[in-house]
Ligand binder design. Structure first.
Ligand SMILES: Cc1cc2nc3c(=O)[nH]c(=O)nc-3n(C[C@H](O)[C@H](O)[C@H](O)COP(=O)(O)OP(=O)(O)OC[C@H]3O[C@@H](n4cnc5c(N)ncnc54)[C@H](O)[C@@H]3O)c2cc1C
Length: 362
């Protein structure tokens, strides 16, 4: 029986592992956390759990066909999203085109992480938890590296990266299981913030890539949630140990040294809005394909990331546009959204890795 090592029991690592086990491989997955979706086990953040609803457009039926995994038990349909954009509020119907879902992240019974873990464990994958990999030099060729945003291996593998800073708060809500997302853009960052709640977990994150968050932005976001929505958290904290794909044309990448990359580490993430769930699921499948047939995997990786450069161009333009012009342009786009979105259909989310490939597949 062929053996396969995977580092990282997150979305992409688990999808890759499940697919390889089904092809007869004996799969072992190492993860730094004590359990799937569990506490972070990162110095300075040991007690933290990323307990939040990640929003993602997805064609559930076709994602099932593509990855061989049914995500419908853990995908909660999200109707509309409230967007605060530089002082104005817009409500967008996210069911125009293709449905958008919230998937709970973290250790909860209804989370996508647990869902994948249960399938993986049932199919016989061996897990080695509390194993922080700092050096993969001695690992076999074609080891799959699926460590997401955490720092060490980007540097060890010589991968270019951009530091990312998160200001976040997470927790639970006793009696409100409604699915809800609020997005928030202000003039103090070129990235953004969002609040989400699903299945009784809730979280708020403000992030910035490249430079640390401005205090004004953090204060305003907290005040906005409290004053406009009555949303309060006991504790906010800053996480500064993330790395994200650089905003350069050198990404995405399927290989580093003789290892196979997947998920955020491979750059399979939307460069503009940092939607990473879709790309992680699809690229996990591609990593498995690459182990079995390198050429096929390379071609498929190119296909799933075909729109990356378009997304990067939008991101670069967004970052360079002077703020007064950016505000007016954004408001105009939002006003046109209800008319334009139905015409665009699923092309609205074309820059999400794998999105067109999966949603147009038969
Ligand atoms: C707060 C937050 C909110 C987000 N919101 C959204 C959203 O709304 N929509 C969306 O589409 N995307 C969102 N994303 C992005 C999305 O979560 C990621 O793109 C996605 O999880 C990537 O999957 P992955 O498999 O690459 O990594 P992950 O799912 O993060 O898995 C990486 C795994 O590797 C393990 N690991 C890391 N380093 C090591 C090491 N050295 N040794 C051993 N194990 C290691 C980790 O413990 C983890 O289990 C968000 C991300 C964050 C942080």
């Amino acid at each position: 029986m062929k053996e396969q090592l995977i580092v990282g029991a997150g979305l992409s690592g688990l999808v890759a592992g499940i697919n390889l086990t089904r092809e007869g491989y004996k799969v072992t997955i190492k993860d730094r956390r004590p359990a799937v979706g569990g506490k972070l086990n990162i110095p300075g953040s040991e007690d933290e759990i990323i307990n939040i609803g990640d929003g993602t457009p997805m064609n559930l039926e076709r994602m099932f066909k593509y990855t061989g995994i049914d995500f419908s038990p853990v995908a909660v349909n999200l109707g509309s999203v409230e967007n605060y954009l530089y002082g104005k509020t817009f409500h967008l119907d996210f069911n125009v085109g293709e449905p958008t879902y919230l998937v709970e992240r973290g250790p909860g019974e209804l989370s996508i992480d647990r869902h994948l873990y249960k399938i993986a464990a049932d199919e016989g994958i061996e897990f080695q938890f509390n194993e922080t990999v700092r050096d993969c030099e001695d690992f076999p060729p074609d080891t799959i590296i699926a460590t997401g945003f955490s720092g060490e291996l980007w540097k060890k593998l010589g991968l270019p990266s951009l530091p990312a800073f998160n200001y976040q708060a997470m927790g639970t809500i006793e009696h409100d299981h409604t699915a809800k997302v609020i997005t928030y853009f202000d003039e103090f960052t070129r990235d953004y913030a969002f609040y989400s709640q699903v299945n009784g977990v809730r979280g708020a994150v403000l992030f910035a890539r490249g430079e640390p968050l401005r205090q004004k932005s953090k204060d305003r976001f907290r005040e906005y949630l409290a004053d406009t929505h009555g949303i309060l958290f006991d504790r906010w904290h800053e996480m500064g140990s993330y790395l994200s794909p650089p905003l350069t044309w050198s990404y995405p990448r399927l290989f580093a040294r003789n290892f196979i990359l997947t998920g955020s580490l491979s750059g399979s993430i939307d460069p503009f809005l940092s939607f990473g769930v879709h790309g992680a699921l699809v690229s996990g499948k591609v990593a498995a394909m690459t182990v079995m047939d390198r050429q096929k995997g390379v071609e498929e990786f190119r296909k799933i990331n075909r729109a990356y450069n378009a997304g990067l161009l939008i991101t670069k333009l967004h970052r360079k546009t002077p703020m007064p012009l950016l505000k007016r342009a954004t408001w105009s786009v939002m006003k046109a959204y209800p008319l334009v979105a139905p015409l665009m259909g699923n092309r609205l989310f074309a820059t999400l890795p794998g999105y067109m490939k999966v949603s147009n597949s038969k």
